[in-house]
Design a protein around this ligand. Structure first.
Ligand SMILES: [Zn+2]
Length: 468
């Protein structure tokens, strides 16, 4: 008996050590994440340490004549804006998806770690009494006496049965789950001091489709959380919806309905489930994200990410007057001035066409650099930037479709001739717009898959009707 108590104490000590370790690891992850983010930003902003070997390559690409090409050596966004119209898209949504998932996982792990600390499990061996089992967590005989007084079946534990139990903050038994057999479990839950309620569960899980309806309160994320969706599911839905509607603009009172398939054990949710579809109404328009057999989400028509990205933001092909080049040197100063975009030689007033659905993040003016410029966000991951414009045709916060005119090109800011400077960013880093693998272009479904999807979409639409 004394040994039992000793064992229990040692177990607790070990548990608190594990708890401390998990906390430390979580902290370490957070710090590492932060450092990586900083490093990313640093790489992005100071691309100066590049050896001269690229230079000769650059020379080959650039006309050596004294005649200046339409381009700019001052098209970095680091300078001061002289005018700015900007929306702050939700900070959380701005995090790269991986970072978001890391944070979500961390929170889940921390939550789990906290629960594990007061959770015990044991497999009954021959001759064990309930008091022997509970003693492992340092509980006195009294607890088992109270339980057995109300539920005498607990006198007859059998070898091989499993018992899980949890203690509350006062180290009192709060919950005990006795797996009587594969088909049956009995749960005893503390209701008030000295009183336990029993629940007998015939284990037979079923999967049911449920429609959950709600109104936006706070953010979409918070509202979906309230309905019991987990972070992974919410991220999937946000990604699927943000191509269609500006999620940060969804307003209090906007209606939504979610179709879920969830596992039930008797009447209790097991926590296993899948989100099949969501329907949101905003300003009288319906938006859907519906899951296809391939696991991805599409709108009602089976489209995803709009119709993908166009290669350039122009109606017609235009000559490239200066290519993407992280090692470009200024012809006069000789200093490395990375060219983070591509310059199209187009006459002033050429329409600039949005290459993919997105939300205008910023419309600004920098006299000593980029001139009039626009930043558009296409998802958590992608942004495009347009510089030296003569006339913006959009405002920050505006939700736009692929193909819409956003501006007229120009020669504003510091520029050596009429051109459009175009940048493509992935997670905040500029990549070559002419060679980047464009997102969304391979997301189409095969004919048969698409047929199945459209049937599914029809039924989802019916189930998720928001008309009263
Ligand atoms: Zn440029």
């Amino acid at each position: 008996m004394v040994q039992h108590v000793k064992l229990a104490r040692e177990r607790r000590k070990r548990k608190s050590r594990i708890k401390a370790l998990i906390f430390f690891v979580a902290l370490l992850c957070l710090v590492t994440g932060g450092v990586l983010t900083l490093k990313n930003t640093a790489e992005h902003t100071q691309f100066t340490a590049i050896d001269g070997t690229h230079d000769s390559q650059y020379q080959a690409l650039t006309p050596t004549s004294s005649e200046q090409e339409a381009t700019s050596y001052d098209d970095e966004l680091l300078g001061q804006d002289d005018e700015v119209d900007q929306v702050d898209l939700n900070e959380y949504d701005k995090l790269p998806e991986e970072a978001q998932n890391a944070v979500d996982d961390l929170l889940a792990a921390a939550d789990q770690a906290k629960r594990i600390s007061d959770q015990f499990s044991y497999t009954v061996v021959r001759g064990d009494k309930l008091k022997d089992v509970l003693e492992m967590s340092g509980l006195e005989d009294e607890t088992s006496q109270i339980l057995i007084a109300s539920y005498p079946e607990l006198k007859n534990l059998k070898a091989g049965q499993q018992i899980y139990w949890m203690l509350d903050n006062q180290n009192e038994l709060e919950y005990l789950n006795w797996l009587v057999s594969e088909k049956e479990e009995r749960i005893y839950e503390l209701k008030e001091k000295g009183k336990f309620a029993r629940q007998i569960i015939e284990k037979k899980s079923i999967w049911k489709k449920d429609v959950l309806k709600g109104k936006i309160e706070g953010s979409l994320r918070a509202s979906l959380h309230k309905l019991g969706l987990d972070n992974r599911q919410i991220n999937q839905l946000s990604t699927a919806l943000q191509w269609q509607v500006n999620i940060s603009k969804l307003a209090k009172g906007d209606n939504f309905a979610v179709l879920v398939t969830r596992e039930y054990l008797e009447d209790k949710l097991t926590g296993q489930g899948n989100v099949d579809a969501i329907h949101i109404t905003h300003n009288g328009t319906s938006y859907y994200a519906i899951q296809a057999d391939n696991g991805r989400y599409y709108n009602r028509q089976g489209e995803t990410i709009g119709k993908g990205f166009a290669r350039t933001p122009l109606q017609r092909q235009a000559r490239i007057s200066s290519p993407f080049n992280p090692a470009r040197r200024h012809p006069v100063t000789g200093r490395v001035r990375p060219h983070k975009g591509v310059d199209f030689a187009v006459p002033i007033g050429t329409p600039v066409i949005l290459p993919a659905d997105g939300v205008v993040e910023k419309v600004a003016y920098q006299a000593g650099g980029a001139g009039r410029y626009i930043v558009v966000r296409h998802s958590r991951v992608y942004q495009t930037v347009y510089m030296h414009l003569s006339k913006p045709l959009v405002k920050a916060g505006q939700s736009l479709k692929r193909g819409e005119r956003i501006a007229l090109s120009g020669n504003t800011g510091i520029s050596t001739g009429a051109h459009l400077h175009y940048e493509f960013h992935i997670n905040g880093r500029a990549v070559n717009p002419m060679t980047v693998k464009l997102p969304g272009t391979n997301s189409g479904m095969a004919d048969k898959e698409r047929k199945n999807f459209l049937v599914k979409a029809k039924s989802a639409e019916r189930l998720l009707s928001l008309k009263n």
